[in-house]
Design a protein around this ligand. Structure first.
Ligand code: SF4
Length: 306
């Protein structure tokens, strides 16, 4: 089993994506209330190498050699922590660009985007998706629960500055939760800041999987559609994933996926081409995958039993 790559997994935005995870579970500069990876156990703002670059490169080379006829659509730096905390992020992005003919995407919480070295690391990616859940410090702290050194003002300035240099696609992701960051006042302020950043588009999201606190409330598609109208920049609603069903998720890849996050029952059935939940449970049992389930907003989710 690989240590630093996982999948290919279905991404709701990017299609079938091979994940590259450069931080150990759960090392992050935020502890978002909606985080589907669980509570942050190492809340840090210090950049360092968490995994050896040689190990990551070797795993990627082995994966591409073994899956030459079954390649993913994109390489995505994400996983169970914040990718920009990894000091070798730029080195690995450049390695991917040089060796594999696939687009490279980085999902980041934006916390370190004001740092020159982080901007340099991200510059050769094809797509960067930074989060901006709030622009007021109090709301930012409520939803993202950042390391106490992190100020939203620095993030905003960092995003404006990075956009001026970055030639790839930049999608600002905003996770909106009921009664947390969904006031018209805050959303209008976010929209004004987005105008200053000038991203390719805005991606509106909500809590589609269980988070770290029990009572988070997602927004409906209709509510997100109304919010989309507040933005001058094109706003997309991130909903169900677009999976390439030609790629079969092997048992090891499924274990890696479920180890990192909760997965919706319907997504799993689609992904494994199964008819019902009974078949899924049989499949998991056959493959010795011990799981736990959780219900949120009347939907059922599966994850590896810890
Ligand atoms: S959602 Fe992302 S940024 Fe927030 S705690 Fe989880 S891994 Fe960190």
């Amino acid at each position: 089993m690989y240590k630093t790559i996982f999948g290919p997994v279905p991404s709701r935005r990017l299609g079938m994506s091979l994940g590259i995870d450069l931080t150990p579970h759960k090392t992050c500069s935020f502890d978002c209330i909606y985080c589907e990876c669980g509570a942050t156990t190492n809340l840090t703002n210090i950049r360092k190498n968490f995994v050896d670059s040689a190990l990551v490169k070797n795993e990627l080379l082995i994966f591409f050699e073994k899956n030459i006829n079954n390649l993913p659509e994109i390489l995505t730096f994400s996983g169970s922590g914040e990718p920009t905390l990894a000091k070798n992020l730029g080195e690995i992005i450049n390695f991917c660009k040089k060796n594999f003919a696939l687009p490279v995407c980085v999902l980041t919480n934006s916390s370190l985007i004001n740092l020159e070295d982080v901007q340099t690391d991200l510059i050769n990616a094809d797509i960067v998706i930074p989060s901006l859940d709030a622009v007021s410090q109090d709301i930012f702290e409520k939803i993202d629960r950042p390391h106490n050194s992190i100020k939203i003002e620095n993030i905003i300035n960092g995003l404006i500055n990075f956009r001026k240099k970055f030639k790839g696609k930049l999608y600002i992701e905003i996770v909106i939760l009921k009664n947390i960051n969904d006031s018209i006042d805050e959303l209008k302020k976010i929209s004004e800041i987005v105008d200053k950043i000038q991203p390719t588009a805005v991606q509106l999201n909500t809590a589609v999987r269980p988070g770290t606190i029990a009572d988070i409330q997602p927004l409906s598609f209709e509510e997100l559609s109304l919010i989309a109208k507040l933005f001058n920049i094109r706003a997309q609603i991130v909903s169900t994933f677009k999976a390439n069903t030609n790629i079969n998720l092997q048992s090891a890849a499924l274990t890696e996926l479920l180890n990192r996050r909760y997965c919706n029952l319907n997504d799993l059935l689609k992904l494994l081409d199964l008819n019902n939940e009974q078949d899924l449970q049989f499949f998991l049992k056959q493959n010795n995958i011990a799981y736990q389930t959780k219900i949120q907003s009347s939907e059922k989710f599966y994850k590896i039993q810890k």
